[in-house]
Structure formats: C-alpha cells, structure tokens
Design a protein around this ligand. Structure first.
Ligand code: DX5
Ligand code: ZN
Length: 216
C-alpha cells in the first residue's frame, strides 16, 4: 500500500532535533507535520513561525503545517514562508473559500481540517478547492491521546465522496495512530498518516518494522 507518513515534530526530542529529522527522512516521500497551537483554539501552546523557519534550513522534507489557532487568516503569510501545505480548521473560519484562495495565492497547497465532532458533510462544498483533508481522530491539543474509532466512518465517507466526484485531495488522519490503529485507517483509504508519539517515542527499529509492513 502506498501512503505518506507525516511525523508530528511536537513529539520529537528538540535537544536532538537533527537526528529526529533524519528518522523522518528515512521514509521516502514523507512530510513533516508542524502542529501550531495558540492556547485559544486549543488548550495548549506549541511554537510560532520561528521554529518552522529554522527547521526549513536543515531539511527539504515538505512541511505539513496544521494551524490550531484563532484567526488563521492573520498568520497565513508568516507560515507560508516555510510551509508546503497549510491546513486550517473549518471550525475556526466563517470564510473558508476566501482562506483557501489566500493560501493558493501564496502558491501553497491548502488543507482543511475537521474536529472529531464536525460532520464531513460540512466541508463537501469546499473539497473541490483543497489539496488535503485532515481528519482529526482525537480532539486537537495534545499528542498521545486515544484514537476515536468513530472517525473511521468519516474517512470512508471522504474516500467515497472523492471517488464519486473525481477529486484528488489527499486524505490525512491525525491522532492516535499506532501499531494497532494503522491498519484500520489504511483499510479505509487514507493517504497521509500523521504520527506523533508512535513515531518519536518508540524504538526506531520498531517504528520502521510497523510502517514497512504496510508500505509496499
Ligand atoms: C493533536 C495534533 C496531532 C498530534 C498527534 O492536536 O494535531 O498532530 O500531535 O500525536 P499522536 O500521534 O501522538 O496522537
Ligand atoms: Zn496535527
């Protein structure tokens, strides 16, 4: 099965960041997932653009930036400097079409994300305009949470919608992916697996064996 791994940097050891990035580079065609949290949209704070700018200097991996912030439109330009994909939350904007245009106008790929309780139908009209759909399988805010299995139906509906309408956006899943849940989401047709704790907090040989088992 072909899929992209997008390890989330917030689970990495920042005192050893170059080595951590090498683990991500080990997988061909991987992304690096940057979780941006502002302490308002979610009850946690991570980092701002300066970290992304520095990381950009040490790797060529595409950056998959996930904005969990209020007023994403105010910060798009700052994150566009180093990002390849910029994903905003549908719950946080009244003008999603405008936001997609802004991101595309900066020559960046645009993603839209849904919290676990937001119905997929909510973004159907927007999906023809985006490059990536990020389905949250935990409540956003923290790494290391348990996968919400009801999300599987949402992935299935997204997959069917894409097929029926001849669209090409990537389907990404974020939260609680590990050696047990990986198979469940792959069976539903996801393209991108965001992985925080599983990727960075386990022995790397174990991580490789799990991912390589499915990635053929
Ligand atoms: C949650 C973040 C996720 C998270 C994933 O708000 O968007 O990217 O860090 O971490 P795990 O894989 O540990 O659930
Ligand atoms: Zn994320």
């Amino acid at each position: 099965m072909k899929f992209i791994v997008s390890p989330s940097i917030i689970s990495a050891d920042f005192t050893n960041i170059k080595e951590e990035i090498k683990k991500v580079e080990y997988f061909q065609d991987s992304f690096l997932h940057l979780d941006i949290m502002d302490g308002n949209f979610v009850p946690n704070i991570t980092f701002g653009p300066f970290i992304g700018e520095q990381l950009r200097n040490i790797t060529n991996i595409p950056f998959d930036t996930h904005l969990m912030i209020n007023h994403p439109e105010k910060f798009i330009e700052r994150f566009a400097v180093f990002s390849d994909y910029i994903t905003f939350h549908i719950e946080e904007t009244t003008f999603p079409f405008r936001l997609v245009n802004t991101v595309k106008g900066l020559n960046k790929k645009c993603g839209v994300s849904l919290n676990p309780s937001t119905p997929i139908e909510h973004v159907f009209d927007l999906l023809p305009y985006v490059d990536l759909l990020l389905i949250m399988s935990v409540e956003p805010g923290f790494s290391g949470q348990k996968f919400i299995k009801e999300t599987l139906l949402k992935i299935e509906k997204a997959y069917e919608f894409r097929k029926k309408n001849g669209l090409t956006f990537l389907i990404s899943v974020d939260g609680g992916i590990n050696e047990e849940t990986i198979q469940l989401v792959l069976e539903k047709g996801v393209d991108v697996l965001v992985m925080g704790n599983f990727f960075f907090k386990n022995d790397f040989n174990f991580v490789k064996s799990v991912i390589n088992k499915y990635r053929k």
